[in-house]
Design a protein around this ligand. Structure first.
Ligand code: F0G
Length: 476
C-alpha cells in the first residue's frame, strides 16, 4: 500500500545554552503601564513587557562563537585586530574594498547623507525608512518614493514589493535632471512596506538606468540576507545559488552600502559604511572621526567589531536565515487562520498587521495602528510597534501630517530569541484583540517631539480626553 509521504518540518539550527527569565503581568498592571507610557510602546519599561516584538534591532541572541569573540576584543584605540577581521569580512561578504565602522546604522546614514547630498538634491528610494529619510532631509535633500504601487497595497501578494518602479524613477530623472539626484537608494526587504524584497532582475534594471545617467546607486543592506533568501526562494534561476553568492551578486550592482549590524549580523550594536568609491571612502574616513570615533573603531568597542565579523559568517548560513524567515512566516500563517488582516506576502523580519482593516471604525486622525499596538500590549504584554501615520511624521515643508496608505502594526522577531510557543501566545493575543475590535477606542496625540516623533510621542484615549475637557470646563 502506497503511503502519503510524511511532511518534514524545519527546526532551529541551534539549541539553547543560556536562558533569560520572562515575567508575566496582570491586565491591571499592563493598563497602568501603558497609560503611564502615554500609549506609546517605545516608552514602556522592558520589565513590564512579556514578549518583546518591538524590533529585531540589537535584540538578537548571539552565538557561543560570537560570545567567545567578545573575549578576544582588542581594545586598542587605533588599529584593533578586530577591525582588520571585520574589514576582511566586509570585503568577503559584501564585496566592498573600503569600509568604516559606525556605532549603528543611522550613524552611517548621517555620514553618507552629508557626503553625497547637496541642498536641493533628490534621493529616490524604494519607500522611505524613518532614520534614512530624516538624515537625507537634514542634509538638505528630498526623498522621493519610487517604489511600485503594489508596495502600498497591504493585500497585494506581489512577490517583490520592494521593487523600484522604473517609470517613476525615469520620470524623476527627466523632471529634475540626473545632476540633481544625489544617489538612488535601495533597501533590502523594505521595512516600511512590510519586510518586502526586491528582485535581482529589478536591481539589474535600476542599476542599468543609473549607469546610463551617471547616477550613484547605494544599498541599505541592513536586511540584505533576508532579501537574498527571498530571491533564492521566489526568483527563477536563483534557487541553486547560495545566500552568500546571491548577496555578493546583489552588492556588485551598488557603489556602496550601509548596514545596521543590529539586524542581519545578529549583534546588539554596530553599523557599517562600505564602498568601492575611493573618494567617498576618504571623506567618510575623515568624517567618522568627527562624529563617531577613529576610523578603526567608529564608536564601537573592539569586542563589538569581533562579534560583527563572526555574525557576518553566520548570517549567510542557509539554516540560520531559513529558520529566521520561516519563523516569521509561521506567525503570519497562524494569524491568517484567525482571520486577522496582515500584509501579504508575509515579510522577512516581521508580520505587519493591517490596522486600518482591523479597526475601520477609527479615523486616521485617531491613529489606528498606535491604538492597536497599545491594545495588544494591554491584552497580553506583547510589545509591538506602530508603522503608520505616527512613524511617517509631517511634511517638512507644509508641516502637515503625512498619512501613508499603510497604517500597520509590526510584530518583529528578534533572531534566535523566541520559540514557537511564544509565537502561539502572541497569535492568540492578537486574535483576541481582533475578536473584540469594536470595543477598541482611538487615541489623540498629546505630546509631539520635533524629530522621529514615533519614538517619544505621547497619547491619550479619545474618550478620556473628552472627559478631562468636560471636567476642566466644569471647574471653570
Ligand atoms: N535602515 C533600515 C532599513 C532600518 O530598519 C534601520 C533601523 C536603520 C536603517 C537604522 O539603523 O537603528 O542601527 O540606527 N531599524 C530599526 C527597526 C530601528 O526597528 O526597524 P539603526
Amino acid at each position: 500500500m502506497a503511503t502519503k509521504p510524511i511532511k518534514r518540518s524545519w527546526a532551529e539550527p541551534f539549541k539553547i545554552k543560556v536562558v533569560e527569565p520572562l515575567v508575566e503581568t496582570t491586565r491591571r498592571h499592563r493598563e497602568k503601564a501603558i497609560r503611564a507610557a502615554g500609549y506609546n510602546t517605545f516608552l514602556l519599561a522592558s520589565r513590564d513587557v512579556y514578549i518583546d516584538l518591538l524590533t529585531d534591532s540589537g535584540t538578537n541572541a548571539m552565538s557561543d562563537r560570537q560570545w567567545a569573540g567578545m573575549m578576544v576584543g582588542d581594545e586598542a584605540y587605533a588599529g584593533s585586530e578586530n577591525f582588520y577581521h571585520l574589514e576582511a569580512n566586509v570585503a568577503r561578504f559584501y564585496g566592498m574594498p573600503f569600509f568604516v565602522p559606525t556605532h549603528q546604522g543611522r550613524a552611517a546614514e548621517h555620514l553618507i547623507s552629508r557626503i553625497l547630498i547637496k541642498p536641493g538634491d533628490y534621493i529616490p528610494g524604494n519607500m522611505y525608512f524613518t532614520t534614512t529619510r530624516l538624515h537625507q532631509e537634514l542634509a538638505g535633500g528630498t526623498f522621493v518614493d519610487v517604489s511600485i504601487d503594489a508596495a502600498h497595497e497591504p493585500a497585494n501578494p506581489h512577490p517583490f514589493k520592494g521593487n523600484v518602479d522604473l517609470d517613476k524613477l525615469a520620470a524623476l530623472i527627466r523632471k529634475v535632471g540626473a545632476k540633481k539626484i544625489a544617489y538612488v537608494s535601495m533597501a533590502g526587504t523594505v521595512n516600511m512596506a512590510g519586510g518586502q524584497p526586491f528582485s535581482m532582475e529589478n536591481l539589474r534594471q535600476v542599476a542599468a538606468l543609473c549607469q546610463k545617467h551617471g547616477i550613484r546607486l547605494w544599498f541599505d543592506a541592513t536586511r540584505a540576507c533576508e532579501n537574498a533568501f527571498f530571491i533564492q526562494e521566489r526568483e527563477a534561476g536563483w534557487g541553486r545559488h547560495s545566500i552568500a553568492g546571491i548577496l555578493h551578486t546583489m552588492c556588485a550592482y551598488f557603489d556602496g552600502l550601509w548596514v545596521s549590524a543590529k539586524k542581519d549580523l545578529m549583534v546588539n550594536i554596530g553599523g557599517i559604511l562600505a564602498t568601492r568609491d575611493r573618494e567617498v571612502f576618504e571623506k567618510a574616513r575623515n568624517l567618522v572621526v568627527v562624529y563617531e570615533g577613529l576610523h578603526t573603531y567608529g564608536g564601537l568597542a573592539g569586542r563589538d567589531m569581533e562579534a560583527m565579523a563572526i555574525g557576518m559568517e553566520e548570517m549567510v548560513a542557509y539554516e540560520n536565515i531559513r529558520a529566521r524567515v520561516k519563523q516569521v512566516e509561521y506567525c503570519g500563517r497562524q494569524l491568517e487562520k484567525y482571520g486577522v488582516p496582515i500584509v501579504q506576502p508575509i515579510g522577512g523580519h516581521a508580520v505587519f498587521l493591517d490596522a486600518q482593516a482591523m479597526l475601520p471604525h477609527l479615523p486616521r486622525e485617531q491613529f489606528p495602528a498606535q491604538t492597536l499596538a497599545a491594545a495588544i500590549y494591554a491584552d497580553s504584554g506583547v510589545r509591538s510597534m506602530e508603522r503608520g501615520a505616527v512613524s511617517s511624521g509631517r511634511d517638512p515643508r507644509t508641516g502637515k501630517n503625512i498619512y501613508p496608505r499603510l497604517e500597520l502594526v509590526r510584530l518583529t522577531f528578534p533572531r534566535r530569541v523566541y520559540t514557537q510557543a511564544h509565537i502561539d501566545v502572541t497569535v492568540e493575543s492578537v486574535a483576541n484583540v481582533h475578536a473584540n475590535r469594536e470595543r477598541v477606542r482611538g487615541l489623540k496625540m498629546t505630546y509631539e517631539p520635533q524629530y522621529l516623533r514615533f519614538f517619544q510621542a505621547r497619547f491619550e484615549p479619545v474618550a478620556a480626553m473628552r472627559k478631562r475637557r468636560a471636567a476642566t470646563a466644569r471647574a471653570r
